[in-house]
Ligand binder design. Structure first.
Ligand code: GRF
Length: 221
């Protein structure tokens, strides 16, 4: 059997880039089915860019400010950059621009996002403060396919973390972030190895392909 070619993945960031770094680290391991071919930021001052460059990854800055209110022109510039680098899959990782239906349709089934909550709870921003405010005892993170409705696409993988009485938004965010760094590379692997199918708008996952020791769903047991 011939090995499947590694998928050429672009990571889109706006800031710190710790999820991007977790994807780069995963892809450095032999046998990982994705190659982080490109990191794109809409901000030239995104801290993640320096990390990507130090890891030898190609980077590009496409500033939304250069396009004023013309979101499609901004996205066309991103699209041109992705095509130049022969990108096949996109991971949004703290990319703080809302994408238009045009771009999302173009990348249907090949556009992933990580969101810091157990979706469908706490869509949008400030998820950790809102989880504390709501008094939930379990919180977490979700990797999902992007669809036109914000934070609502089919869920590929989720991780749960406990909420402690002494938590602040910052301590809870740190616990969730550690879980994010585990599930994003794992979810990307599942997609690249074609262990995820979309059925009636939901993900069906080949659980035999999943390894996990924390409370991550899907679980192989
Ligand atoms: C993460 O919490 C991610 O879930 C959310 O934005 C944050 C990005 O953090 N979408 P980083 O830039 O990956 O460190």
């Amino acid at each position: 059997m011939t090995a499947m070619a590694r998928k050429r993945v672009a990571v889109l960031i706006s800031g710190r880039g710790s999820n991007m770094a977790s994807l780069i680290a995963a892809a450095a391991a032999s046998g990982y089915p994705a190659d982080i071919a490109l990191v794109v930021s809409n901000r030239g001052d995104a801290a993640g860019l320096a990390h990507a460059q130090a890891a030898g990854i190609e980077t590009a800055v496409v500033s939304h400010r250069d396009f004023g209110t013309n979101r499609e022109a901004f996205e066309q510039a991103i699209q041109d950059t992705l095509e130049r680098h022969r990108v096949e899959l996109i991971c949004l990782a703290g990319f703080m621009r809302v994408l238009t239906p045009w771009f999302i349709r173009r990348w249907e089934g090949a556009l992933l996002n990580i969101h810091p909550s157990l979706l469908p709870s706490f869509k949008g921003l400030d998820t950790h403060a809102r989880a504390l405010q709501a008094g939930v005892r379990i919180h977490g993170a979700s990797v999902h396919f992007v669809t036109a409705e914000l934070d609502s696409g089919p869920i590929i993988m989720q991780a749960a973390v406990p909420v402690l009485d002494r938590d602040t938004p910052a301590t809870l965010a740190a616990r969730v972030l550690a879980a994010e760094h585990r599930i994003y590379p794992a979810a990307l692997r599942l997609v690249c190895e074609q262990h995820v199918r979309l059925v009636d708008g939901r993900c069906v996952v080949d659980v035999a392909a999943v390894e996990g020791v924390m409370l991550v769903a899907p679980d192989a047991e």
